[in-house]
Design a protein around this ligand. Structure first.
Ligand SMILES: Cc1cc2nc3c(=O)[nH]c(=O)nc-3n(C[C@H](O)[C@H](O)[C@H](O)COP(=O)(O)OP(=O)(O)OC[C@H]3O[C@@H](n4cnc5c(N)ncnc54)[C@H](O)[C@@H]3O)c2cc1C
Length: 119
């Protein structure tokens, strides 16, 4: 049976570069797809594409949990909650600590982390 790839697996493949090793670089993929779509009309990617910029944004987003695919962790035991526990006088902020890929998550976690240090 073919293994189903989860969204998290795919994100990790994007982050560690494994996906691009098997698929070619994003730049190559875009050139190839444009050539196959438009080649019959005379398009030549080598001639007609000046440059391609790819932002590898998968590095920029915290991993969010999806209730459909995650286990039911006991209260306080989600990986982000375990990972953000204070360690001596080290407190953990950032959006990963919230498992939320948006700035408000990072701000809330910063507030919590500073509060932990203040006791
Ligand atoms: C393309 C894109 C679009 C987005 N759009 C939105 C949006 O519209 N709205 C929204 O709310 N959120 C958006 N986000 C998400 C938002 O940017 C993040 O949730 C937020 O920036 C996370 O904040 P953070 O403090 O956890 O991490 P970051 O903002 O990533 O800050 C981490 C900082 O640590 C620095 N750093 C890393 N390693 C070291 C080191 N060894 N020593 C010193 N410094 C180090 C980095 O340079 C960086 O400045 C977007 C993200 C991306 C990538």
């Amino acid at each position: 049976m073919k293994r189903r790839i989860t969204r998290r697996d795919f994100a990790h493949q994007l982050k560690d570069g494994g996906f691009w090793k098997s698929a070619g670089t994003p730049e190559d993929t875009v050139r190839d797809e444009l050539g196959r779509m438009l080649g019959a009309g005379g398009f030549d990617a080598d001639r007609d594409v000046e440059a391609i910029t790819v932002n590898r944004w998968s590095h920029g987003y915290a991993d969010e949990y999806n209730a459909l695919f995650e286990p039911e962790w006991p209260a306080g035991e989600r990986p982000c909650e375990v990972g953000r526990r204070p360690f001596g006088r080290i407190a953990i902020a950032n959006s990963d600590a919230a498992a939320r890929a948006y700035t408000d998550g990072a701000i809330d976690q910063a507030w919590r982390a500073v509060s932990e240090l203040r006791g």
